[in-house]
Design a protein around this ligand. Structure first.
Ligand SMILES: *[C@@H]1O[C@H](CO)[C@@H](O)[C@H](O)[C@H]1NC(C)=O
Ligand SMILES: *[C@@H]1O[C@H](CO)[C@@H](O)[C@H](O)[C@H]1NC(C)=O
Ligand SMILES: *[C@@H]1O[C@H](CO)[C@@H](O)[C@H](O)[C@H]1NC(C)=O
Ligand SMILES: *[C@@H]1O[C@H](CO)[C@@H](O)[C@H](O)[C@H]1NC(C)=O
Ligand SMILES: *[C@@H]1O[C@H](CO)[C@@H](O)[C@H](O)[C@H]1NC(C)=O
Length: 617
C-alpha cells in the first residue's frame, strides 16, 4: 500500500567515521524525502554497509529519532532502538504502536502506519558500530491531502461596465488541502493574470485546526460589455506525491450592465396597414442592459410623455387618423432615440348625391355620384337588385322608365386594405302618368251569354294611379281583385255577360290618364250543341272568329268599293274579266265572296260545337 516516492535524486549521505583503527567503517544512505498520502503507510529505508565487509563488527545498534512536529530546533526524540539482542519501540512517543522496523542484509526500514499530517517531519536513522564508528542519515517525510473540489460563486447582481476599478466578479474556495493549494482563474478557458487596474485576485488562506489549508480567492475584474457572454471558472492546483494535480470548478456567467447606445422603435401589431379602430402596439428596444425604461413621445408634442406598458410598449387603442404621425422612444438615461412613422388609414362613410331618394320624370337623365373620403385608393361599384351596374363613382341613368325605379347601392372598397369598406344608396323614383302593364290597350272578346268573364287591368305609374271602371251593357259586375304595390295597381272585375258589353278601365294620377277598353260580344247559347266550356278554348276561338269576321268585312267593303267604281261587273261577266287577268287569284276572290255566308256559318258552328275550328286556320 505504501506509495512512497522518491523525489529528487537520492542524496547519498556519505558519512565516514574516520577510524583510527582504519580497518572498518560504516557507510549509510537515505532518501532526502519520502512523500505519502495522508492515511497511507510510509516506508523510510535506511541502507548501511561496512567498508570492510570481511571485518564487519559483531555488535552494532540501530536507532530512529524524530524532532517534534514543526519545531526544527527541538531536541530529537528516539522512537526505536535495536541491536543484535533486542528490537524495541519506545513508549510514550507519537509513534508508539504505529511503527515497525524491519532489517535485512542491506539495511533497515521504518514503516509508519496511518500517516498523519503531523508526521511531516524529519526521521533520523543512526547506526552505531562501536569500533566501526557510527553513521546517521535523515529523510524528510512529506504528507499530502488533496483539497475538496473548488466551489465557485459568481456575483449575481449586475456589474456595470462604467465601474472605474475592478469589481468582484466571483469567489472560489478550495477547502481542506495539504499542503496549501493554489487557485487559478479562467475566463472562457483562458487563464487570467493579475493585471493592475484590470484584474485582481485576493487570496485568503486559512489554516484549519486540523492543520489543513483552505484557500479562498476573490476575483476582481473590470468588466466590458463582451463579458455578458463570458464564462468564469477557477481551478485548484495542489501537490500530490510526485506530481501536481488540478481540479476545475463549474463555470459561472455574470450579468453585465452597459448603457444603451442604440434604440429601435417598431410596430409590433397589427401586421400590415393600420386602419382606424385598430389596436396598435409599438415596441421600443435598445441595446443596453438592463433594458431601460423608455419614454414615448409624438414628434409634434415632445413635451408630452405617452403612457407605456412595462416601459417598452406603447398601446394605442383604438386609433384614429389623428394618431398618424412620427413616434419616438428614448431611454430615461440616454440621448439616443428610436423613431417611426405611424399611418392610420381611414374610409369615411359614402356620400351619395342625390341623397336618400330622388324623383325623376320618365325620360329624364340623371347622374348619381358616390364618394367616400379615404387615405388610400378606393374602388366603387354600383348595384341594383343585386346586379352590378357599373364601376366608378358616377352612375349615369338615361331616359328613365318605370324600370329605372329602385334602390341604387354603391359599394366603396379599399383594395389595399379590404377591411375598409362602406356603402351608400339612393332611391330613385320615376314619376309619370299611368302606363298599362302589357301591350293591349283594347281587348275584344266574345262570351256566351250568362257566363262570367274576368277583365284585368294592371297599370303602373307614379304617383300610384287610381282605377275606375265604367261598364256599359251589364249591370252585374264587381271588382274581385284590387291590389297595389308602390308603383303598380292591379284591378280585376268579374262581369256577367248578358248582352254585348263594353268596359273601360280608367287609370289616372296627377300626371295623366290611361284607359284600357274591353268589348265583349255576347254569343247566344246554342242549346243543341254539345256542351262546350269556353273556359277551355274560348280565348283562341273568339280571336279566330273575330279575325274571320274582320277579314270578311274587309273583303266585303273591298268588293263593294270595286263594284261601285265599276271595276267588277256584277254576275258572271265580272268573274270572267278577272279570270282573264289572273285566273288563280280570281278563283279565290269569287269563292270567298260567294261563300261568305257559308263560311260565317261554319265558323260560328265551330265556335259553338266543332272543335276543329282553330286548326282550320
Ligand atoms: C515499555 O513498556 C513496556 C511495558 O509497560 C516495558 O515492558 C518495556 O520495557 C518498555 N520499554 C521501554 C523502552 O522502556
Ligand atoms: C502555488 O503557487 C506558488 C507561487 O506561485 C508556487 O510556488 C507553487 O508551486 C504553486 N503550487 C501549486 C500546487 O501549483
Ligand atoms: C448564464 O448562462 C445561462 C446559459 O448559458 C443563461 O441561461 C443564464 O441566463 C446566464 N446568466 C446570466 C446571469 O447571464
Ligand atoms: C275571375 O277571378 C276571380 C278572382 O281571381 C276567380 O276567383 C274567378 O274564378 C275568375 N273567373 C273566371 C271566369 O276566370
Ligand atoms: C278617367 O278619369 C278621370 C278622373 O276620374 C277623368 O278626368 C277622365 O275624363 C276619365 N276618362 C275617361 C276616358 O273616362
Amino acid at each position: 500500500m505504501a506509495r512512497m516516492h522518491r523525489t529528487l535524486l537520492p542524496l547519498f549521505l556519505h558519512i565516514c567515521l574516520l577510524n583510527w583503527s582504519a580497518w572498518a567503517k560504516v557507510e549509510l544512505t537515505m532518501h532526502e524525502g519520502v512523500e505519502v498520502y495522508l492515511g497511507d503507510s510510509a516506508q523510510i529505508p535506511c541502507q548501511y554497509s561496512f567498508t570492510d565487509a570481511d571485518n564487519k563488527p559483531s555488535f552494532f545498534m540501530i536507532q530512529w529519532f524524530v524532532r517534534a512536529f514543526r519545531q526544527p530546533a527541538s531536541p530529537r526524540i528516539r522512537i526505536f532502538y535495536g541491536d543484535d539482542k533486542q528490537q524495541m519501540v519506545d513508549n510514550n512517543t507519537d509513534y508508539s504502536g504505529r511503527i515497525q522496523v524491519t532489517s535485512d542484509q542491506q539495511g533497515t526500514q521504518l514503516t509508519i502506519q496511518d500517516v498523519h499530517l503531523n508526521d511531516e517531519r524529519e526521521f533520523f536513522c543512526q547506526v552505531n558500530g562501536l569500533v566501526a564508528g557510527s553513521a546517521e542519515g535523515k529523510t524528510h517525510l512529506r504528507v499530502f491531502a488533496p483539497p475538496e473540489a473548488p466551489v465557485i460563486e459568481g456575483v449575481t447582481t449586475g456589474i456595470s461596465v462604467t465601474n472605474e476599478v475592478p469589481t468582484k466578479v466571483a469567489s472560489c474556495e478550495a477547502r481542506n488541502g495539504y499542503p496549501k493549494p493554489n487557485i487559478t482563474w479562467y475566463r472562457n478557458s483562458m487563464p487570467l493574470m493579475s493585471t493592475p487596474g484590470h484584474v485582481n485576485m485576493l487570496i485568503l488562506v486559512t489554516r484549519e485546526s486540523s492543520d489543513f489549508f483552505s484557500v479562498q480567492s476573490t476575483l476582481q475584474y473590470k468588466v466590458i460589455k463582451e463579458d455578458k457572454d463570458a464564462h468564469f471558472s477557477c481551478e485548484v492546483s495542489f501537490f500530490v506525491p510526485g506530481a501536481i494535480r488540478t481540479v476545475e470548478s463549474n463555470s459561472v456567467n455574470i450579468t453585465v450592465h452597459y448603457p444603451t447606445t442604440m434604440v429601435e422603435l417598431w410596430k409590433e401589431s397589427p401586421q400590415g396597414l393600420v386602419k382606424e379602430g385598430d389596436t396598435v402596439e409599438l415596441r421600443c428596444q435598445g441595446d443596453g442592459n438592463p433594458p431601460p425604461v423608455f419614454i414615448f413621445n409624438r414628434e409634434q408634442e415632445l413635451d408630452v410623455d405617452l403612457e407605456s406598458n412595462h416601459g417598452d410598449v406603447l398601446m394605442l387603442s383604438p386609433v384614429s387618423r389623428k394618431d398618424s404621425g412620427i413616434y419616438q422612444c428614448r431611454p430615461l438615461d440616454s440621448e439616443v432615440k428610436g423613431e417611426m412613422q405611424l399611418t392610420v388609414h381611414y374610409l369615411d362613410p359614402a356620400v351619395v348625391v342625390p341623397k336618400d331618394s330622388e324623383v325623376m320624370l320618365k325620360g329624364e337623365d340623371l347622374t348619381a355620384t358616390c364618394n367616400a373620403l379615404s387615405s388610400l385608393k378606393t374602388s366603387t361599384v354600383w348595384y341594383k337588385d343585386g346586379k352590378q351596374l357599373g364601376k366608378g363613382n358616377t352612375l349615369h341613368l338615361k331616359d328613365a322608365t318605370y324600370e329605372t325605379t329602385g334602390e341604387y347601392i354603391c359599394e366603396v372598397t379599399v383594395p389595399s386594405l379590404p377591411a375598409l369598406h362602406t356603402s351608400g344608396s339612393v332611391h330613385i323614383i320615376v314619376q309619370g302618368g299611368p302606363q298599362l302593364v302589357g301591350v293591349e290597350q283594347e281587348v275584344q272578346l266574345e262570351e256566351a251569354t250568362g257566363r262570367m268573364v274576368n277583365l284585368s287591368c294592371e297599370v303602373q305609374g307614379h304617383p300610384l294611379p287610381s282605377i275606375s271602371w265604367s261598364i256599359v251593357g251589364s249591370q252585374n259586375w264587381q271588382e274581385v281583385v284590387n291590389k297595389a304595390n308602390e308603383h303598380i295597381i292591379h284591378s280585376v272585375v268579374s262581369v256577367k255577360v248578358t248582352s254585348d258589353t263594353s268596359a273601360v278601365c280608367n287609370a289616372s294620377n296627377d300626371l295623366g290618364t290611361e284607359v284600357k277598353a274591353f268589348s265583349i260580344k255576347a254569343i247566344p247559347r246554342v242549346t243543341s250543341a254539345a256542351p262546350f266550356s269556353p273556359a277551355e278554348g274560348s280565348g283562341v276561338i273568339i280571336v279566330v272568329i273575330i279575325l274571320c269576321l274582320l277579314l270578311l268585312a274587309i273583303l266585303g267593303s273591298v268588293l263593294y268599293f270595286l263594284h261601285k267604281k265599276g271595276k267588277i261587273p256584277c254576275g258572271r261577266s265580272g268573274k270572267q274579266e278577272i279570270t282573264k287577268e289572273k285566273a288563280t287569284k280570281d278563283d279565290i276572290v269569287v269563292e270567298m265572296k260567294t261563300n261568305t255566308k257559308n263560311e260565317e256559318a261554319v265558323l260560328l258552328k265551330a265556335v259553338n260545337g266543332d272543335k276543329k275550328g282553330p286548326s282550320d286556320q
